[in-house]
Design a protein around this ligand. Structure first.
Ligand SMILES: Cc1cc2nc3c(=O)[nH]c(=O)nc-3n(C[C@H](O)[C@H](O)[C@H](O)COP(=O)(O)OP(=O)(O)OC[C@H]3O[C@@H](n4cnc5c(N)ncnc54)[C@H](O)[C@@H]3O)c2cc1C
Length: 264
């Protein structure tokens, strides 16, 4: 690990003031500290967000939920409002990693990190969430831009994410057995605005599966999703699964998500 300065501000304003140069925000450290230990990441200063109470809140509003960036996965999974308004989101959070990861990892850290196999990006895209930062709001479709890349600018702080409720929604992932990240994860959401289907684990970043959205818009049944043959272009391949296998699993996980959504 390279040397760095550590600050723990008590307010958003102080955090913003500290986030100059190549400073990085520290949430639960579940990705950042590992990257620093491996010397894959170097920053002159870490700005720990853990002391800022108003980044942790979760509230139901405007037929959805708004979740603070520093809300842990465990707090989202157990929150009564999230469970009532978007049970699929609570379920997703409860299926992340293991208890230690869920008690330390955060919503803001997860989407800022934009791991290609992370679960939350699928929910953000499928539910059409809005990301609130200290500077602006960013639509879900504009947020994830590449491998570990997002629309965030240097020093930009995610403050919360607003998730609209869906009429029917579910997230199903086929886990990478060692890490519990998604080998393939699919979030399906049906609302008055139509059907949105988002996939994680398959490409450099989470994306919407338009072909499955089109099929489910005509008929919201599991068989319709399963019948879609996803193209293998740009699909990841590694020792855990070939591109062909992953492409096939997208349709399978989507069909299971539809079945789960219809069973709620
Ligand atoms: C063993 C293990 C298993 C895991 N399994 C899963 C899984 O199944 N599914 C899944 O989705 N994830 C999984 N994760 C990832 C985990 O969910 C964390 O959310 C993720 O690692 C980010 O961690 P963090 O919230 O502690 O953020 P940190 O590691 O502290 O930060 C990550 C990045 O986000 C930036 N950042 C943090 N907060 C903000 C903010 N508010 N505004 C702007 N930038 C910010 C940081 O500067 C850093 O670049 C796993 C992690 C581990 C270690």
């Amino acid at each position: 690990m390279y040397e760095f300065e550590y600050q723990r501000p008590a307010s958003r304003a102080d955090a913003k003031a500290a986030a100059t140069g190549d400073a990085r925000y520290l949430a639960g450290g579940q990705s950042l500290i590992q990257a620093m230990r491996l010397r894959l990441s170097q920053s002159e200063r870490l700005v720990d967000l853990g002391g800022i109470a108003d980044l942790k809140g979760i509230k139901a509003e405007n037929n959805g939920v708004t979740i603070g960036a520093m809300a842990t996965h465990a707090s989202v999974a157990s929150n009564a409002d999230v469970k009532r308004v978007i049970p699929a989101l609570a379920g997703l959070a409860g299926g992340i990693g293991d208890p230690m990861v869920r008690n330390m990892g955060t919503l803001g850290g997860s989407i800022a990190n934009a791991d290609p196999a992370a679960c939350y990006p699928a929910a953000v895209l499928a539910l059409g969430a809005t990301i609130h930062t200290d500077r602006r709001t960013i639509a879900a479709d504009d947020f994830f831009t590449g491998l570990y890349e997002t629309a965030l600018q240097p020093g930009e702080l995610i403050t919360s994410v607003s998730f609209p409720a869906a009429q029917k929604a579910a997230y199903v992932k086929y886990k990478q057995a060692a890490s519990r990240f998604a080998l393939i994860g699919v979030f399906v959401a049906q609302s008055s605005g139509g059907v949105r289907v988002a996939v994680t684990g398959a490409k450099s970043h989470a994306f919407r599966a338009k072909a499955i959205e089109d099929a489910l818009s005509k008929s919201f049944i599991a068989a319709a999703a399963k019948a879609v043959k996803m193209p293998v272009d740009d699909i990841n391949a590694d020792l855990h699964g070939s591109a062909e296998y992953r492409a096939a699993m997208i349709s399978v996980m989507a069909s299971r998500a539809v079945a789960a959504a219809l069973a709620r």
